[in-house]
Design a protein around this ligand. Structure first.
Ligand code: NI
Length: 138
């Protein structure tokens, strides 16, 4: 583990009050832990911006009754198996499916894959959770 360094932070009182309220709402045990997470979040955003190798999850909600849709979603995934680690399919109810696709690869390629899945007509909601391979995070 890397050496821990302490440093002082100067902050407007009002801003610190809002920060503390946020920490309490999110259940952080200390300002340090919250600050670490904010820094990691910024580093992850930078990885995504700069085309680094990233990891994440694409989620799709779609109509099970649209058989063409199921085929299209599967076809797109078969076109880029190098980006897909695993796919979980959940039958949410009689009409809806939830698909969670774990992805890893260059951020631009991963984003393109996510966009092509989310933009399929009939996909009711699609999200991408942008995370990191963790290699460059402490
Ligand atoms: Ni289903």
């Amino acid at each position: 583990m890397d050496k821990i360094v302490r440093f002082g932070v100067s902050l407007e009182k009002g801003l610190l009050g809002k920060f503390d309220a946020l920490l309490e709402e999110r259940g952080y045990s200390s300002r340090s832990e919250a600050l670490r997470d904010l820094i990691r979040q910024s580093l992850i955003e930078k990885e995504w911006r700069e085309g680094a190798e990233v990891a994440g999850a694409v989620t799709l909600i779609y109509d099970h009754n649209r058989k063409d849709l199921v085929g299209r979603i599967t076809d797109i995934q078969h076109d880029c198996p190098h980006l897909i680690i695993s796919t979980q399919h959940i039958h949410l109810d009689h009409d809806h499916c939830l698909e969670i696709i774990a992805v890893r690869g260059g951020s631009e390629e991963v984003r393109r894959l996510a966009d092509s899945l989310r933009s399929i007509k009939g996909v009711k909601h699609g999200t991408i959770n942008m995370s990191s391979t963790g290699k460059d995070l402490e």
